[in-house]
Design a protein around this ligand. Structure first.
Ligand SMILES: Cc1cc2nc3c(=O)[nH]c(=O)nc-3n(C[C@H](O)[C@H](O)[C@H](O)COP(=O)(O)O)c2cc1C
Ligand SMILES: CCCCC(=O)C(=O)O
Length: 398
């Protein structure tokens, strides 16, 4: 029998072996030149550690809290869409694995299993990720409005039509929020780096399919031109609302009691705006290099965001986290926790629920060892002095 993977990277190889090319390319790929995709990983390798010795590390405590919820480690599962393309059990398997590791899972808006199915698969603290939609057909009111728009098209002013569109779109998002609340999700993660889908050239070449989105069934019907390259891209441009702006965050806050976390902030300016808008958390993310290429690797802008936020809300980071040492580095630079995207999908493709569990456990174990070797028995002991970014190294060593 073949030996199992010994690190997160080896899961990627297994996933590649198990998946059809179209799906593997979708999971692994990034936007355009894939510069940011590569840099997310490589930037971690430009940060060195400064361990402290002769600290009692006979007990390591990785536990922490986020928005008042306990976690066994500062590692969350990032929202990734269409997990049934990796394994038939898809999001159900991921949810069970995350629960077994006491790790918070953020369920993607683009999940194959519905948020109700995932909620009922096992008990755990979970968050729901929302894309604000621009749906054209609302189940209850949509047909009515569409007939109305069509029949009176000549007589209605453009702004009135726009008003109806906004109303319908908001209705879909509001419905999703209510369902998330009813099903026990504890926070809403609003992804703000995707007014349109980034250009993933492999998906174009492969004519990537539109995976099923159970959450939107009966809520949105898509009338996309599906003849071209990536059908997912065509679908996204019909579904995602590119007019989403700061005032909508206020609106979202007004229609849910759940805390709102913004995912996809990579500048101090936007971080300050997010705090002013009253959000409960920020995820420093460039969507794993899948959206705007040539954005900086997330670990390189984390400190800027953390300084801008100055403790007002927790700051999380995702993008390129593949080692326990990466988690440690992110914490040293001010992150409250990290999220992992692709490694979870690769674990799922490699070995279903068991594979995801191995991925999370492996990263947790690596973090624990890193903390011991760096002289940090608790997460509070990890400080800025425990890391050194390459340009901070003594000149003679460069
Ligand atoms: C296949 C795939 C699907 C994704 N789907 C979503 C999504 O539906 N919503 C979202 O906010 N982010 C999505 N992301 C981005 C992740 O949440 C996360 O930001 C990113 O994967 C982190 O980088 P990493 O993969 O290097 O860990 C997706 C990422 C991947 C790889
Ligand atoms: C409309 C689905 C988008 C999924 C996503 O966010 C991604 O593939 O990165």
């Amino acid at each position: 029998m073949e030996d199992g993977p010994v690190n997160l990277r080896e899961f990627q190889e297994l996933a590649k072996r198990n998946l059809p090319k179209m799906y593997y390319d979708y999971f692994s790929g990034g936007a355009e030149d894939q510069f940011t995709l590569r840099e997310n990983v490589e930037a971690f390798q430009r940060i060195m550690l400064r361990p402290r010795i002769l600290v009692d590390v006979s007990k390591i405590d990785m536990s922490t809290t986020l928005l008042g919820y306990n976690m066994s480690s500062p590692i969350l599962v990032a929202p990734t869409g269409s997990q049934q393309l990796a394994h038939p059990q898809g999001e159900l398997a991921t949810a069970r694995a995350a629960a077994a590791c006491n790790a918070i899972m953020v369920l993607s808006f683009a999940s194959n299993y519905s948020l109700e199915d995932v909620a009922s698969t096992c008990n755990a603290v979970r968050f729901y990720q929302l894309y604000v939609c621009s749906g054209f057909l609302n189940k209850l009111f949509g047909p009515l409005f569409d007939t109305f728009c069509l029949r009176f098209h000549c007589f209605i002013t453009c702004s009135f039509e726009q008003f109806l569109q906004v109303f319908k779109r908001r209705d879909v998002s509001a419905t999703l929020l209510q369902r998330a609340e009813r099903n026990g999700y504890k926070a809403i993660v609003v992804t703000v780096d995707t007014p349109r889908l980034g250009r993933r050239e492999a998906d174009e070449k492969n004519k990537m399919i539109i995976p099923r989105n159970s959450n939107l069934e009966g809520l949105i019907s898509v009338d996309a031109d599906l003849t071209g390259g990536s059908k997912l891209e065509a679908y996204a441009s019909e579904t995602l609302d590119p007019s989403l702006s700061w005032k909508d965050i206020e609106w979202l806050k007004s229609i849910t009691k759940l805390p709102i976390i913004l995912k996809g902030i990579i500048t101090a300016e936007d971080a300050r705006k997010a705090v002013d808008a009253g959000v409960s958390g920020i995820v420093v993310s460039n969507h794993g290099g899948r959206q705007l290429d040539y954005t900086p690797p997330t670990i390189s802008v984390l400190e800027e965001v953390v300084k801008a936020v100055s403790g007002a809300v927790p700051v999380l980071l995702d993008g390129g986290v593949r080692r326990g040492t990466d988690v440690f580095k992110a914490l040293a630079l001010g992150a409250k926790a990290v999220m992992i995207g692709r490694p979870v999908v690769y674990g799922l493709a490699a070995n279903g629920e068991h594979g995801v569990r191995s991925v999370i456990k492996m990263l947790q174990n690596e973090l624990e060892l890193t903390m011991a070797l760096a002289g940090c028995p608790t997460l509070r002991d990890i400080t800025r002095n425990h890391v050194m970014i390459n340009h901070e190294r003594p000149r003679s060593l460069l």
